[in-house]
Design a protein around this ligand. Structure first.
Ligand code: FES
Length: 104
């Protein structure tokens, strides 16, 4: 094992977990998560931010909102819920805001 030399400024984890509708934990983010993930990936690519901002699909983040999906922004450990496709530009703006950068 060795530490990687690649390190994003921020990494967004987008929940794409999908459960069956009858699941006692509800259906999860699967309905909206993949759409939000793809939109964030596409927007990041178009804006030339792929080196600094990584978009990663993930499983359940523990929030399981009734609508939309959950997104975690690291290294701030900021968690957003009920994120929909309409929120993608705002999420990207928040993640690309360098004034919130932690010291490196
Ligand atoms: S299913 Fe997305 S946070 Fe739990």
């Amino acid at each position: 094992m060795r530490p990687s030399t690649l390190r994003p400024r921020r990494q967004l984890f987008v929940c794409t977990n999908q459960r069956v509708a009858e699941d006692p934990l509800r259906s999860g983010c699967g309905a909206e998560g993949p759409r939000v993930f793809l939109a964030l990936k596409t927007a990041t690519l178009r804006r030339g931010l792929t080196r600094d901002l990584w978009i990663t699909a993930t499983g359940c983040l523990g929030h399981c909102p009734d609508k939309g999906c959950a997104v975690a922004v690291h290294p701030e450990n900021r968690h957003l819920v009920e994120v929909t496709i309409e929120d993608v530009n705002e999420v990207l703006h928040l993640a690309a805001d360098r004034s919130q950068d932690p010291p490196r």
